[in-house]
Design a protein around this ligand. Structure first.
Ligand SMILES: Cc1ncc(COP(=O)(O)O)c(C=O)c1O
Length: 395
C-alpha cells in the first residue's frame, strides 16, 4: 500500500471500493499513477471526462476564468452561465435551464419542478414514477427514485412520492399512474443498472402515455447526454422529446457541473422557490461552455457513433471467441460486456496490470465509458489488452 492509500484507510469513510492505484496526472485518454505507470482510461472519471483528461480548451477556459472571477452569488448576472445556457437551449428541444453541481441535484431539481407543475396544474399531484434498475443519484429523494434495493435498504424509510416499476414495460407505467402522478422519470438507457437498452418503441409509448395523462416526462440524460451515445442527447434516437431533462457528467469534461432543462410551460419556479450557492459557478460554466462548443464544432457525437460501431464490432468478435461472454451491448461509447461467471473483478485487475482501466458494473459485468474523443486506435489497444486478459482466464 502506498502512503496515500494508508492515509485514505486512516481518514476516509469507507464508502468507495477503490482499486490500489493513485492517479496523479492525465492527458487525453491516458492517466499516470504515482509510480509513472501509464494507463489507457476507459472509465474517464465515470463517463465524465468527455474530451479526455485536461483537454487544452477546457484547461484554458478554467484557468482563464479562475484568474478572472471564480464565484459570485446568483444575485448577480455572470457571463459563462448565460453563454452555456444559451448554447444548451439552442441545441436541445427545451427552453430554460437551471444549473446545479451534481447529477443527483439536477434530478432533485427536475423532480421539484415536476411537483410545482403538479401543484399548479394537476390538482396537487406529486408522485413520480421511475424504473427498477434505474440510478438517479444518492440524495434521499433520489435514493427513493432509484429502483434498486441495494441503494434503498440501508436508508429506509425513504421519502414518499416515488413508485418504482419495471423498465421497458409501458403497461407497468400505465398501471402505476393515478391522479397523484405528476411525472414519469426515466433514463433513455439504464446505465448504472446494467446498460439496459429498452425496445425501440418504449420511450415513444411512454411519451404518448404522458401526453394522454397530462403528466410530464423527465429524461435523466446525466450519463447518456452530451454525445455519449452518438447523438448530442439520447432522446434524439427515440424520436421523442422530454418535458424536462437532467444533465451532468460529460457536460464539464471533468469539472463538476449539472443542469436541468424544461419547456417554458413546465418552467414554473417562482423567484426563491429553488436555488443553490454554487449553481452556475463561473469556472464550472466556463468548462461546460468550452466543452459543449468543442463537441458541437467538431461533431464529437458523430465521431462517437462511428468509433462506437467499430468498438461494438470488436466486442462482438470477442464474444465469438470466448464462450463465457454471454452478451455485449451498448450505444455510442457506453458499452457493457456480460459474463457467465462472476469474473469481472479479476478481469478488471488483470486489465489494470496491463495498463487498461475498465469499470466493474456488476460481479459478472464490465462497462466501458472512454473519453468521447478516442479513435479506433485506442479501441484496438484496449480490446487487444482485454483479449489477452480473457485468454488467460481460467473458467
Ligand atoms: C443516470 C444517472 N443519473 C444520476 C446520477 C447521479 O449523478 P451524481 O453522481 O453526479 O450525483 C448518475 C451517476 O452515475 C447517473 O448515471
Amino acid at each position: 500500500m502506498s502512503s496515500w492509500q494508508e492515509l485514505e484507510a486512516k481518514y476516509f469513510m469507507h464508502t468507495f471500493n477503490r482499486v490500489p492505484v493513485t492517479l496523479v496526472r492525465g492527458e487525453g485518454a491516458r492517466v499516470w499513477d504515482e509510480d509513472g505507470k501509464e494507463y489507457l482510461d476507459f472509465v474517464a472519471g465515470w463517463a465524465v471526462d468527455s474530451l479526455g483528461h485536461c483537454h487544452p480548451v477546457v484547461s484554458e477556459a478554467v484557468a482563464e476564468q479562475a484568474r478572472t472571477l471564480i464565484q459570485t452569488s446568483n444575485q448577480f448576472y455572470t457571463i459563462p452561465q448565460l453563454q452555456l445556457a444559451e448554447l444548451l437551449v439552442q441545441n436541445s428541444c427545451l427552453d430554460k435551464v437551471f444549473f446545479c453541481n451534481s447529477g443527483a441535484e439536477a434530478n432533485e431539481g427536475a423532480v421539484k419542478l415536476a411537483r410545482r407543475y403538479g401543484k399548479l396544474k394537476l390538482n396537487g399531484a406529486y408522485e413520480v414514477i421511475t424504473a427498477m434498475n434505474s440510478f438517479h443519484g444518492r440524495t434521499l429523494a433520489m435514493t427513493a427514485a432509484t429502483g434498486q434495493a441495494k441503494f434503498q435498504d440501508p436508508y429506509l424509510p425513504l421519502p414518499i412520492g416515488f413508485k418504482n416499476v419495471e423498465y421497458n414495460n409501458i403497461e407497468a407505467i400505465k398501471a402505476a399512474t393515478t391522479e397523484q402522478t405528476c411525472a414519469v422519470m426515466l433514463e433513455p438507457i439504464e446505465a448504472e443498472g446494467g446498460v439496459n437498452i429498452p425496445d425501440d418503441k418504449y420511450l415513444a409509448a411512454v411519451r404518448d402515455w404522458c401526453d394522454q395523462s397530462g403528466i410530464l416526462l423527465i429524461l435523466d440524460e446525466i450519463q447518456t447526454g452530451v454525445g455519449r451515445t452518438g447523438t448530442l442527447f439520447a432522446y434524439e434516437q427515440s424520436g421523442i422529446v422530454p418535458d424536462i431533462m437532467s444533465l451532468a457528467k460529460g457536460l464539464g469534461s471533468g469539472m463538476p457541473i449539472a443542469a436541468f432543462l424544461a419547456w417554458d410551460k413546465a418552467s414554473l419556479f417562482a423567484p426563491g422557490e429553488h436555488g443553490s450557492t454554487f449553481a452556475g459557478n463561473p469556472v464550472a460554466c466556463a468548462a461546460g461552455y468550452a466543452t459543449l462548443k468543442y463537441i458541437l464544432a467538431n461533431d464529437i457525437a458523430g465521431s462517437v457513433k462511428r468509433v462506437g460501431s467499430y468498438f461494438m464490432a470488436r466486442l462482438e468478435g470477442l464474444k465469438q471467441k470466448f464462450p463465457f461472454i454471454t452478451d455485449v451491448r451498448g450505444r455510442g461509447l457506453l458499452m457493457a460486456m456480460e459474463f457467465s461467471h462472476d469474473i469481472a473483478q479479476s478481469v478488471l485487475m488483470a486489465c489494470l496490470d496491463k495498463g487498461l482501466l475498465v469499470n466493474r458494473l456488476k460481479p459478472q459485468m464490465l462497462r466501458f465509458m472512454p473519453p468521447l474523443i478516442i479513435g479506433n486506435g485506442e479501441v484496438d489497444e484496449a480490446l487487444d489488452i482485454l483479449d489477452k486478459v480473457l485468454s488467460s482466464i481460467d473458467i
